[in-house]
Design a protein. Structure first.
Length: 546
C-alpha cells in the first residue's frame, strides 16, 4: 500500500472513531480481534458523545466526502433496515449536505461563462444555495434574456482529488479481497469498484448530465408519469448546468402529499411503471433515484406525476441483459423456479455443471415466502441476504454491469415503501413485463424489425447483384485456396513420413556402428562407415522436413 493510501486509510479510521462509530461493531466473538485492535492501535476518543448516533453517522459520512455521502444516500432509503432516528439523519445527505461558500460558486460560474460578470447573463442570482449535495450545489436565478426562473448547478471545488484518493484505496482493498475471502473472486470486487468509479467521475461532468437530462426528457415527452425539467444547453459547461426551476412536493414528504389529496396508490404504481419503462422500453434509466432527486407535481393530485432531477448517473442494458432480466422476473412472478435456475445456467452466471435441481430448490427456499404479501411485509434486504448466501453455494459471479440496476431497485423499494406500503409490486410489474416480452417475439417483433431495417435494405437492394457476384467469385477463390492448402498439407505429410523413416534408419546405423566400435568385433573402418552413413541419412531426413 502506497503512503498516500495509508494516510487516507488512517484519515477514514480517525473520522469514524472521532464520531464514536465503533459502537456499531457488534459485540460477538467474530468481531473480538477487531475490537481488540481498535483498543491497542487507536486511542482516539469519541469527541461527540452528546450527539445521537444517527447525527454522528451523518456528520462522519459528510466529512469523509462524496464517495461516503453516496453510500449514506443509498442507506437512507432502506427504512426497513434502520430505525427512524438513523434513517431521518441519513436522508439529510440527499440535499442538505453542508454547502460551500456562495462566493466561490459565483466565481466558478463566471469562469465557466468566459470571465464575463454573472449579471450579463442572469438576474436575481441568490448567493445562498437552494440545495447542496455530495457533488454539487444549486443556486437560483433568472435568465436575463427571457425572465424564466432557473437553477444553476455548480461542482464543488477541489472535489476530484478526494474522490480519486478514496477510489485508489477502494481498488487496493478490492484487490486484497480475492486473497482474503474464500469467495472473494466470485464477488468480482475490483470490477464493481471500477464501475462505481466510472459513475462518480461521469457525475463530475455536467455536460454529460445535461445530455442525459435531454435524452430522458425526450423519452417521456408529454408523459403523465414523469416530467424532466428543460435544460438550457447554451449556458452549460463541464462544471456548470443551467436548467428550468421546478416546483413540487418532495417525494419523501408523505404528509404533504396526503394533505394535497394525492392518489398514493396510483403514485406508487407509477413509480414502478416509470422504472420498468426506462429499463425495458428505453434501455436508459435514471440510476440515482434517491428521494432527494424526486418531486411530485402538486397541480393534479388525482393524476400524480413524478418530476425527476439530477441525471448525472444513468444506466443502460444491452438486448441480452434486458431479455434475461425480463424472463427472470416473469419466472419469479409465476414461481417457476426451475426456469430461473435454467436461465442462470444458460447465461453463464453460474457454472455449466451446476445441479439445476439443487439450485431450483435453493431459490424456492429463498423466494417462496415473499409472494402474496404487501410490500410492507417484504424485506428485500433479508431476501437479498438469502440470495447472496445461495449465490455463494453455487459460485454465482457478481455482474458489474447490473450494479446500477440493483442499486436503483433498492431506491425504488424504499420510495414505494414510504408512499404506499400496501403496494403489490409483483401485480404492478408483471403485466408490463409480459407485454414487453410479447413484443420481442412473434409476428409483431418480425414486422417491427422489418420496419426498422427497411431503409437499410432499400439502400442496399441495387447492390444485391454485384454483391451476389462478388460472393460467388470469393467462394471460388476460397475453394481454390483450400484445395491448394490441402495439397500442400498432403505433400508435407508425405515428406514428414519419409523424414521419420530416414531418421529411424540413421539412428539404427549410428547405434550399430557405435556397438561395433565398442566391441571391436570388426575393423575400425566398418563401424566408422556405419556411423558416417547414419549421419548422412539423418541429414537427408532433416532436409526432407524443410
Amino acid at each position: 500500500m502506497m503512503p498516500g493510501e495509508l494516510r487516507r486509510l488512517y484519515s477514514i479510521v480517525r473520522v469514524l472513531l472521532s464520531y464514536g462509530l465503533d459502537e456499531l461493531i457488534p459485540r460477538m466473538r467474530l468481531t473480538l480481534p477487531l475490537r481488540i485492535g481498535r483498543r491497542l492501535l487507536f486511542w482516539l476518543p469519541n469527541r461527540h458523545r452528546k450527539m445521537p448516533l444517527g447525527e454522528r453517522l451523518r456528520l462522519a459520512l459528510q466529512e469523509l466526502g462524496p464517495v461516503w455521502i453516496k453510500f449514506g444516500q443509498m442507506m437512507s432509503t432502506r427504512r426497513d433496515l434502520f430505525p427512524p432516528a438513523i434513517a431521518d439523519q441519513l436522508a439529510m445527505l440527499q440535499d442538505q449536505v453542508e454547502p460551500f461558500d456562495g462566493k466561490l460558486a459565483r466565481k466558478q460560474i463566471e469562469q465557466s461563462m468566459g470571465g464575463i460578470p454573472l449579471e450579463e447573463w442572469f438576474d436575481d442570482f441568490d448567493i445562498k444555495p437552494l440545495a447542496s449535495a455530495s457533488i454539487a450545489q444549486v443556486h437560483t436565478a433568472r435568465l436575463k434574456s427571457t425572465g424564466k426562473e432557473i437553477v444553476i448547478k455548480v461542482i464543488r471545488p477541489d472535489i476530484l482529488p478526494v474522490i480519486k484518493a478514496d477510489m485508489r484505496l477502494m481498488k487496493r482493498l478490492a484487490g486484497w479481497l480475492p486473497r482474503l475471502l474464500p469467495d472473494g473472486r466470485r464477488l468480482r470486487p475490483r470490477e464493481v469498484v471500477l464501475e462505481y468509479e466510472k459513475t462518480l467521475l461521469d457525475e463530475l461532468n455536467l455536460l454529460r448530465e445535461a445530455a442525459n437530462a435531454i435524452q430522458l426528457r425526450r423519452n417521456f415527452d408529454k408523459s403523465p408519469m414523469l416530467y424532466v425539467p428543460e435544460v438550457y444547453s447554451d449556458y452549460c459547461s463541464e462544471r456548470m448546468l443551467v436548467m428550468e426551476r421546478i416546483y413540487g412536493i418532495p417525494v419523501s414528504d408523505v404528509e404533504a402529499l396526503k394533505a394535497n389529496g394525492t392518489n398514493m396508490k396510483l403514485l406508487a404504481e407509477r413509480g414502478v411503471q416509470v422504472f420498468f419503462t426506462q429499463v425495458f422500453r428505453d434501455s436508459f434509466f435514471h440510476a440515482d433515484m434517491h428521494p432527494g432527486n424526486i418531486f411530485i407535481n402538486d397541480e393534479h393530485p388525482e393524476d400524480p406525476q413524478y418530476i425527476g432531477i439530477d441525471c448525472g448517473i444513468v444506466g443502460s442494458l444491452n438486448k441480452e441483459d434486458k431479455r434475461y432480466l425480463a424472463e427472470n422476473f416473469i419466472a419469479f412472478f409465476n414461481r417457476d423456479y426451475r426456469k430461473v435456475a435454467e436461465l442462470h445456467v444458460d447465461s453463464g452466471w453460474v457454472p455449466a455443471d451446476t445441479n439445476v435441481e439443487d439450485f431450483e430448490f435453493a431459490i424456492r427456499t429463498v423466494c417462496e415466502p415473499i409472494f402474496e404479501k404487501p410490500l410492507a411485509e417484504i424485506s428485500f434486504g433479508h431476501v437479498l441476504l438469502n440470495l447472496f448466501n445461495t449465490a455463494r453455494r453455487f459460485n454465482m459471479e457478481v455482474q458489474p454491469q447490473l450494479v446500477l440496476l440493483q442499486k436503483t431497485l433498492l431506491y425504488i423499494e424504499g420510495v414505494g415503501r414510504q408512499l404506499y406500503p400496501q403496494l403489490d409490486l409483483w401485480k404492478t410489474a408483471k403485466p408490463f413485463l409480459e407485454n414487453w416480452l410479447r413484443q420481442q417475439v412473434g409476428l409483431p417483433a418480425v414486422f417491427r424489425a422489418l420496419k426498422e431495417k427497411a431503409p437499410f435494405w432499400a439502400e442496399k437492394l441495387p447492390e444485391v447483384p454485384e454483391l451476389f457476384y462478388d460472393g460467388l467469385r470469393q467462394h471460388k477463390m476460397l475453394r481454390q485456396s483450400v484445395d491448394k492448402l490441402s495439397d500442400q498439407l498432403r505433400t508435407q505429410y508425405v515428406r514428414q513420413g519419409q523424414s521419420r523413416y530416414l531418421f529411424g534408419i540413421g539412428a539404427t546405423l549410428l547405434i550399430s556402428g557405435t556397438l561395433l566400435l565398442v566391441s571391436r568385433v570388426e575393423a575400425d573402418i566398418v563401424p566408422a562407415g556405419l556411423m558416417a552413413a547414419g549421419i548422412v541419412v539423418w541429414i537427408i531426413g532433416w532436409r526432407r522436413t524443410r
